[in-house]
Design a protein. Sequence first.
Length: 284
Amino acid sequence: MSKQTSALAGLGLRRGLMPELKSLAGKELDFLEVAPENWLHIGGRFGRSFRELAARYPIYLHGLSLNIGGFAPLDTRLLSDIKQFMQDFDCPLYSEHLTYCGDEGQLYDLLPIPFTEEAVHHVAARVRQVQDVLGQRILLENASYYVAPGQAMSESEFINAVLAEADCDLLLDVNNVFVNSVNHNYDPYQFMRSLPLARARYIHIAGHFDEAEDLRVDTHGADVIEPVWALLDEAYRLCGPLPTLLERDFNFPAMADLLLEVQQIRQAQAKVNFAGALSSGCAE
């Protein structure tokens, strides 16, 4: 499948990276991504720094606490705040995890939703409610997980069913595909092809931790490894060079090293763009 897309490469905005981000010339990145919960109503020096960066870069939103798979009522105040935040900073998209994170309170972890038909209907209804409040479609990310409680359908069947019934879009996390493929013993390429890629609008890539030969932990605290870069190439071949974020949450290397990984994303995007141009006879 092919799409007309804009090849963009961005980096997650973390407070530990703010001094170095502010010192960049501006062309090294195409956008920044933030968890809106961490920046709503922030004042003081962090608020000023955020506004300075938001004036230089588009801000993409990736939420952490919507609890889309939970049973507690959706936090409509949070959603109203996010809607206003998106308007204030002209944010192009808002994505969340296809998980739950609340049980009569915030659990501060992203937990797997049972892959069942009942859960499909439950999650899809909550997604539609979110989209009604925001007045736009959201994206759901294929999540990393370590157990699959009450599994009655496959992971990809569940994702396809939720996105179809909710009529929302896909954030394709390439590292999560790789991590899950090791932890649950499946072919990551075959799995990725089984996802609803016609709904893919955005991509994440990150590093992870090797806990054991058959256990990978999705940490976002290490460099991206070569098999994940190869899987990103396949994602671009299938979806086109969608906007792509490099996730790094801690254990930060020098900014120059992070930018090398961002540049590797751009090179992969350029490669698929060039291949498309060749196939259409448009390359010089």
